[in-house]
Write a protein that binds this ligand. Sequence first.
Ligand code: BG6
Ligand code: BG6
Ligand code: GLC
Ligand code: GLC
Length: 951
Amino acid sequence: MYNSSSVHTTCLSLFSLSASLCLHPLFKVHQWGDKSVRLINLCLSVCFPFSAFFFLFILSFFQVDRFLYAMRLHDDQLKDISARFQAEMKKGLSAESNAAAAVKMLPTHVRSTPDGTEKGQFVALDLGGSKFKVLQVKVREGMGIRRGGVEMEEKIYPIPKELLSGRGTELFDHVSESLKDFLHEKNISLEKKHPLAFTFSFPCEHSKLDQGLLVNWSKNYRVRGLQGKDVVKTLREAIDRTGGMNVEVLAMVNDTVATMMTCGFDDQYCDVGLIIGTGTNACYMEGLRNVDLVEGDEGRMCINTEWGGFGDDGALNDYITEFDREVDAASNNPGKQIFEKMVSGMYLGELVRLVVLKMAKRGKLFDGQVSDALRTTGKITTAHVAAMEQYKTGLNNTRDILTELDLNPSPDDCVAVQHISTIVSFRSSNLVAAGLAAILSRIKRNRNLRTLRITVGVDGTVYKTYPKRLHKVVRRLLPECHVRFVLSDSGSSKGAALVTAVAQRLASLRQQVDETLCPFKLSQEQLQLVKARMRAGLEAGLKTKGSSAIKMLPSYVYRTPDGTEHGKYLALDLGGTNFRAMMVNFKRQNARLYHKIYTIPLEIMQGTGEELFDHIAQCVSDFLDYMGMKNAHLPAGFTFSFPCEQTAIDTGTLVSWTKGYKATDCEGHDVVSMLREAIKRRNNNATFDLDIVAVVNDTVGTMMSCAYEDPQCEIGLIAGTGTNVCYMEEKKEVDAELSKMCINTEWGGLGDDGSLDDIITPYDMEVNQNSINPGRQRFEKLTSGMYLGEIVRQVLLDLTRGGLLFRGHVTETLKTPGIFETKYLSQIESDRLALLQVRSILQQLGLKGTCDDSIIVKEVCGAVSRRAAQLCGAGMAAVVDKIRENRGLDHLNITVGVDGALYKLHPHFSRVLKDTTEVLAPQCNVTFLPSEEGSGKGAALISAVARQMHG
Ligand code: BG6
Ligand code: BG6
Ligand code: GLC
Ligand code: GLC
């Protein structure tokens, strides 16, 4: 009725159906009891006339299933393995536990994926997979990588077996001789210098791209004398020994890294590289802040996990079968690469052989017959396993393979052995999926995302055999991630060449960025010089009233508060970021404050003086209304944060506007009178009156405000929109009636006589030229909030024009003055901000760039703000040393009251300022005390002191 082949085919189809059902995780067949198995068999016997055949198939099938129970991993187990691997990754990344970690998590020093601007011609070596290859890779000039301008030629060179366990020098001599042969055969000039990219598929500890110490051999390599040695150096030495060629080894990378780079070339989401070949391994891009072993927090670095070592510390013991133990014991490296031995191509065939052998010995296969060939290591390979699992031809292949092994398999033997192969190879895919799920979950968590879109670049003979299984399991384990798998189209050599090209591009970019930022990096000698010049400027200002760069303006404040001040005062505060009106009530060493903030529009800052003072009077009127004090006649202090020539505490002639102010008809006039007149103008409309008792600079107000808390406070510093310092000077220096007088230095003018020309960069010159007061306030323009962002913008413009940033695109945004306010500078430089956040701040500002661009922008901000803090520190060292010397002291303890957005909001300014002051004025112990209520409180205090002094 049935010919044998049609029965065979039908049975096979049924078998395949039941096999796929049984392997599906939903069915968990291995957990069914004997009764269920018998029931199925009964049903099948009734349903099908050829039940006898089918019975045999099913029986063999379940027999194998039960025998390999421990290799059938369901999803809960995979999730458990995934969680264990996540813990191992953490161990490997941490400096404390890395030495003992089984999963080494090796930093690769590959920081960027290709950006399309790389070019050049490279030779490449690819050693460590199933084939050793020499290649030429051309990235054609002008084409750009992403437009497909990569051409490759390759030749496979066999490696004689004895070299795999010979001496290191012999292996590398063979490698370099193959290279020379390749250059010769392809007519590549032997004289011209060729950059060389090296894919070396073994674990290496890198301290840079072109250096890597071999941690250990794996797979079928057991070469002597190289462990712990620098492989790049070994290769270079071999190339020298071979002689007659001019190659420069620029980068060495693991095959996982090179695979990620190859795939990253076409897909910007490719942040993971995976190999399932002779060996298995994965790499991924990790935030540098999580990598303890490499200095620096910025950006990303590719980590070669070397996940093959997972389980070497026993972490997988409960998943390891007796067959895994046997494979391990007979391997080149017992106890090592446990995970690799459960997964990769070098071991799958052997696992199948050991299972078949054991089952045969137990009489469960071949009627108990065992051949010598079956007893021989290596007789079943991964290629055999793949052939046995082939769709349609698989059972025939199995029969042929078993026959080749001098066995005499029955059809159910073939079904059983095929099923063994499937279980072993399924386990491999499942384990890889569990490892990959751990890496992807980590990336998702690092990025703080609920879903992750990512691409995994993959290569290796085993992957190519069973791609879909891996995809399915990963998607089942991580349903919230959109994972794309891209097979590396041309091995890993293209990727290695790209790493080299990226390295070349980055090295040249680094050099140019370093050169650009170099003038901002001041040496100790330069800072000492600035200190000396500041000191000379302070002395000159005291002597030559008015004409020197540093004005040294007397403030007519003779003493700091002593706590006896009392009463209610008004304070007006003009010249910082905002105008503030304030009411302060001093009572027994306590001050209660009420204030309101008003903005001063640019058109008022730069309109007429009358408009400006009318606006202030309007704000004051509003404030008094707000406080319900319209008719009160209170004494008022006026903080006016610009240089004023004073002849008394309550008069001040504006010397010149600074910062963003340019109101007409004010310079040379008494600002107190101008304010009084503005109030009078309003009073024609019958409003309020003010008794202005004192006009003070913000530095003086700040010093007074802090001195109320700390009697040692005798210096006031502002590091905000502008910068300035005041301090208590000795009587002999200022002809004061009383013992001391506070001097408003107006140190922002240092350099107006050219004394800072040697440290001023072209970017500073540009900022100066574009300012409203060119040639003036040169020190302030190097150090204060109003200008730092502009300096940064000038540097960014230059770097962009040079093609080093934003892909050379000079956008309108970048050309817009004032886009970088101090607050952005402070945010960008914050240590707590991940690079992606920096990138998003830049995007808010309209500057769209890559993560690499963000690193450079942050570096530029850092160089500019650090220089500012150092210069202020040098200036402060001059001031405190002067005070110390004036007082004839060996050692001075002093407090500086400080205010200003730059000091208060910038993440590093205050620390660098303090450190620099400490280094440059070692005989002074300087405490910086941030002012809490601004300088308005100080102005009120000065009014109180003035009231006390003048009755
Ligand atoms: C190749 C790479 O494409 O894949 C090798 O170029 C790598 O470097 C290999 O080791 C992995 O596969 P296999 O199967 O050859 O070990
Ligand atoms: C404030 C003062 O606290 O600090 C102002 O009250 C001063 O008068 C200011 O000018 C400086 O800071 P910024 O950053 O606003 O210029
Ligand atoms: C081995 C090597 C590893 C390599 C992998 C795939 O596990 O140790 O460096 O990436 O094989 O080739
Ligand atoms: C400018 C002003 C100065 C003020 C400083 C801080 O330098 O000229 O008077 O103290 O800014 O606000």
